[in-house]
Write a protein that binds this ligand. Sequence first.
Ligand SMILES: Nc1ncnc2c1ncn2[C@@H]1O[C@H](COP(=O)(O)OP(=O)(O)OP(=O)(O)O)[C@@H](O)[C@H]1O
Length: 341
Amino acid sequence: MGLFDLFREDIAIDLGTANTLIIHNDKVVVDAPSIVARDRTTGKIIAVGQQARQMHGKTHENIKTIRPLKDGVIADFEASEAMIREMIKSIPSLKKRLIPPALRMVICIPSGITEVEKRAVRDSAQHAGAREVYLIHEPMAAAIGTGVDVQEPKGNMIIDIGGGTTEIAVLALGGIVADKSIKVAGDVFTNDISYYMRTQHNLYVGERTAEEIKIQIGSALDDLENGPEDMAVQGRDLLTGKPKQIMVTYKEIAKALDKSIMRIEDAIMEALSMTPPELAADIYNSGIYMAGGGSMLRGLDKRVSMKTDLPVYVAEDPLRAVVRGTGIALKNIGKFNFLMS
Ligand SMILES: Nc1ncnc2c1ncn2[C@@H]1O[C@H](COP(=O)(O)OP(=O)(O)OP(=O)(O)O)[C@@H](O)[C@H]1O
């Protein structure tokens, strides 16, 4: 270990549209919503993560809550930099250091990202204190985090359904052979539910409520073996303006999400059709891996399996697969040639 190593700390970041996760010393030390609250008058950041999320949708005119990332990429540079900085500051094991450490970071980025968007991630990290920044494509990180050996001469298909993007990639020999990225993922599902509530029930629900509905009773199939119980949903009646409650079934949510899921299915079919035949044969044998929070939607694995006639495996703890993979990449910086410095 060199002298420099004593002052260096390594962290892996999954900078997501919905959630940001950080691994330090093999442990997930940050797992928080990607939200920042800013005071409009002073311009100061007053809260990030969970605390900012609690304010989301409930702010008065002096406070603004911002989601710094949109569709997997940085939409508000200043807010994302502040968010990264505050989240790093909150890591208990780093707080103890008398001298601020030189940070080496591995950050994952969507595969369809432009050079300008890549630059924004790198700059945000550097402004937040990183000395060395390495980037890794999200599907690669998701595959590693799911336990796939990405270096072997064998094709593997991974689908990462996050908040802003669904990334579908065929990986072999440490590289991405075919990929398709679409902006249909968890956030669109949430919007579909809000739209359904407004148009079918005249009920205006906020983003948080729509997301709760998705998590509690969301489904990709309208016929589940053990379907969830109906859910009581409160919001504002669009006709009378009064607060109101209605009961919602999972079958209704399956209907609300159907079109968006069809777009994901189409993207998967397109990625499969771009796959070279030898790798297609491998995928036929090994099936498809799914990760990301969106993959937790009830029945989605079954629906993709029915569409592709392939077995589908959902990662253990899908919300953490990407950061787990990023953490493994961090430990193997010298070994993994697909890490971009
Ligand atoms: N049980 C669940 N069922 C359905 N969706 C879920 C569930 N739990 C979380 N989600 C959704 O998963 C999404 C977040 O997933 P994830 O943290 O993997 O995304 P992200 O990495 O922040 O986004 P991106 O990769 O697009 O930048 C959110 O839209 C959230 O509502």
